[in-house]
Design a protein. Structure first.
Length: 337
């Protein structure tokens, strides 16, 4: 038996590193270099990485200064393997992430950058229920449909929105076009993110696109059916908007439109000047000055209550509908929802 006490000490490797230690990071370094040519590109430290690698801005020159005009995030990969979100919470994460997201594949051997949109996240949002997983499959064609379903949880990204070498990115005219393409897709993502925050369960995107271009031939809109958890958010956003537009017409002395929107708001929000019932409820959005003017114009002075004219107009509409057999189905109260 060998004498353990006589074993040699391990040879010290101090001062050396594994030869492939940074292999996984080199793609991120190259991607950061490229995206930093359009604005800021801040890498996420590996120990803080929860799914995205770089947070970026697009800068716009204004005289001697440059201003951030768009914000987005990037996930970097070094292979063409699918990007898979394997759990319901992962799917929810990418749907609700508050920034536009691009998938970037770096082909180091060619110094090539390939960038994909992630519009399928909005298609998943528009479904009646969220799938338990999501898979995005990148391809290398030059033209594609924006939302290319395979199944309810799998999409093909047949064509990248950008495909170029680092050498091409050094050309100023080409770099301007790349920034234009990024801004094109960022703008659509931002609009769809607003819809998500507002509970609007559909999305708009160009129906088709070409790599390195902003050309498209038509639009696509999908979704439109509200989930129950979205309904209260939509109603509360609509309250705010109806209140704002009714007041705007009132200030412009367009009392016809002001009255119509005030009636719609009164129908949607019959509780009057209620206090907010939660973080998504703005409370009563009615304009007392508008209703006072409606009461004066229709001769209801002094009125029995501030909404007297508006409610009288609503009753006229409902009575006329009732004459044709169209009856009202009361909305559930916010508490019931």
């Amino acid at each position: 038996m060998a004498d353990d006490s006589k074993k040699r000490e391990p040879v010290s490797m101090t001062g050396s590193i594994a030869p492939n230690l940074h292999e996984g990071s080199r793609s991120e370094y190259l991607a950061q270099y490229v995206f930093s040519s359009f604005g800021t590109a801040v890498p996420v430290p590996h120990q803080e990485d929860s799914g995205l690698d770089i947070y970026c801005t697009l800068l716009e020159r204004d005289g001697q200064r440059a201003w951030p005009r768009a914000y987005y995030s990037v996930q970097v990969k070094s292979t063409m393997s699918p990007w898979v979100f394997g759990s319901p919470e992962s799917v929810r994460w990418i749907i609700e992430h508050p920034l536009p997201i691009f998938l970037c594949i770096v082909q180091k051997a060619e110094a090539r950058i390939i960038v994909y949109h992630t519009a399928p996240r909005f298609a998943v949002w528009a479904l009646p229920t969220h799938p338990n997983r999501l898979e995005l499959i990148p391809g290398t064609e030059t033209k594609a449909n924006t939302v290319d379903w395979v199944t309810g949880d799998t999409f093909k990204l047949r064509a990248p929105i950008l495909n170029f070498t680092i050498e091409q990115a050094l050309d100023n005219d080409f770099r301007v076009q790349v920034a234009r393409v990024l801004k094109f897709w960022i703008d659509y993502d931002v609009e769809n993110l607003v819809r998500i925050r507002s509970g609007i369960q559909y999305f708009w995107v160009p129906a088709n696109y070409e790599t390195n271009e902003t050309k498209f031939t038509s639009w696509t809109r999908q979704g439109g059916y509200l989930r129950e958890e979205s309904l209260l958010i939509v109603r509360n956003r609509l309250k705010e908007l109806l209140g704002l537009i009714a007041t705007d017409y009132f200030r412009k002395k367009d009392m016809v439109n002001a009255a119509i929107y005030a009636m719609a708001l009164r129908q949607l929000s019959p509780e009057g000047y209620s206090s907010p019932t939660g973080p998504t409820d703005p409370g009563g959005p009615h304009d007392v000055h508008l209703h006072s003017e409606l009461n004066r114009l229709l001769g209801m002075t002094p009125p029995s209550y501030v909404f007297q004219t508006c409610d009288s107009l609503l009753r006229l509409v409902k009575d006329e509908l009732g004459r044709h057999g169209i009856t009202e189905r009361p909305l559930p109260s916010p508490e019931a929802e």
